[in-house]
Design a protein around this ligand. Structure first.
Ligand SMILES: NC(=O)c1ccc[n+]([C@@H]2O[C@H](COP(=O)([O-])OP(=O)(O)OC[C@H]3O[C@@H](n4cnc5c(N)ncnc54)[C@H](OP(=O)(O)O)[C@@H]3O)[C@@H](O)[C@H]2O)c1
Length: 319
């Protein structure tokens, strides 16, 4: 199917995320980047969050080339974003008036580049450890996408090492990014997610919000002595996700945990320790491709609105 054949209104089997606006942290690499690709392929609109603006811009350019461009934008039923469908020619008329790129309705200094087809892919660079920066990019992304239906917390780091010899700054960094960063983004996203929730006249959920937290198998059991603090940070993600699920379920927001074992990404790269080198090699040998994790995340987002995947845990068969 040509991407130009894609419907711009209703979700279809091959584009189950049509009309959904998703913010992905950790989108500059690994699981987050693969997830952003999978979401756009499934018809969704994405805001890409990480610190490396250049890598986000590169991914955004790639994704905009995939994004279906529709000649016209019929209303998208149930989409808080109003008249603009995914990949639709949003703002086309306004853009024609000023000859500029289609940034209609956006502040001139919006921290985004917007494709000619409309704001289907938004770039928002920030360090999630900085609470104010996290809030600012979440708010800006929601404004530019016309709302927010889901947040995927995939930003994370691993600094493996024995407790006896690891520099405390490494523990601090892991807990900051993996726990506090996730909380900052989630807290900022919640008002946008609840605002996008829709129910029918019987009160049944027809459009849910989603918080998808990328934890780890290490959050369920400690797999390696060098991974104690990382595992503690991921156990915290499991615990916080469970608590948040009961906190916001009645508001129509689903909270899911993704718990992969080794995934073939660069998470251990650039670290000059035996533990990181050893775990990096293991990841290369037995890790799942990040695309397979991304596909599970799309399944979680595409589930019927009243169904929440509490946890999706996965490992490669040879791990
Ligand atoms: N790889 C595995 O074996 C594995 C297994 C289970 C779970 N996980 C989890 O999966 C998630 C993604 O990991 P990955 O393997 O895809 O790692 P990765 O390839 O190293 O990607 C990590 C992403 O997080 C971003 N990030 C790191 N610190 C950040 C910060 N302070 N603010 C904003 N963004 C930040 C990075 O972007 P910038 O550097 O541009 O900021 C990058 O986009 C992590 O939570 C990790 O714990 C990984």
């Amino acid at each position: 199917m040509s991407p130009h054949d894609a419907a711009v209104g209703q979700p279809t089997t091959d584009r189950p995320l049509t009309g959904r606006r998703v913010l992905v942290t950790g989108a500059s690499a690994g699981i987050g980047a693969a997830t952003a690709r999978a979401i756009v392929a499934a018809g969704g609109r994405v805001a890409l969050v990480a610190r490396s603006q250049a890598r986000l811009e590169e991914l955004a350019t790639e994704l905009r080339a995939l994004t279906p461009v529709a000649p016209a934008a019929p209303a998208v039923p149930g989409t808080g974003g109003g008249e603009r469908g995914p990949g639709a020619a949003a703002g086309a008329e306004d853009a024609a008036e000023d000859d500029g790129p289609a940034r209609a309705g956006l502040p001139a200094d919006a921290p985004d580049t917007v494709g000619a087809e409309g704001p289907t892919v938004v770039v928002a660079d920030a360090d999630v450890v900085d609470a104010e920066a996290a809030r600012a990019v979440v708010d800006a992304a929601a404004e530019q996408l016309g709302g927010l239906d889901a947040v995927i917390n995939a930003a994370g780091i691993a600094r493996p090492g024995p407790v006896a010899s690891t520099p405390p700054a490494d523990w601090q960094l892991m807990l900051d990014v993996n726990v506090r960063g996730l909380l900052h983004v989630t807290q900022a996203a919640l008002p946008h997610l609840t605002a996008a929730v829709e129910r029918d006249e019987h009160g049944r959920l027809v459009r849910a919000g989603d918080v998808v937290n990328v934890s780890s198998m290490s959050g369920r059991r400690v797999g390696s002595p060098a991974m104690g603090v990382y595992a503690a940070s991921k156990a915290a993600v499991h615990a916080l996700s469970g608590a948040l699920r009961s906190e916001v379920g009645d508001d129509g927001v689903r909270v899911s945990v993704i718990a992969p074992g080794f995934v073939r990404t660069g998470i251990f790269e650039g670290q000059d320790t035996d533990a990181a080198r050893q775990l990096g090699r293991k990841g290369e040998e037995v890790g799942l491709p990040p695309e397979q994790v991304a596909d599970r995340i799309v399944e979680v987002l595409a589930a019927p609105p009243g169904l929440v995947h509490v946890e999706v845990a996965m490992v490669s068969v040879d791990q």
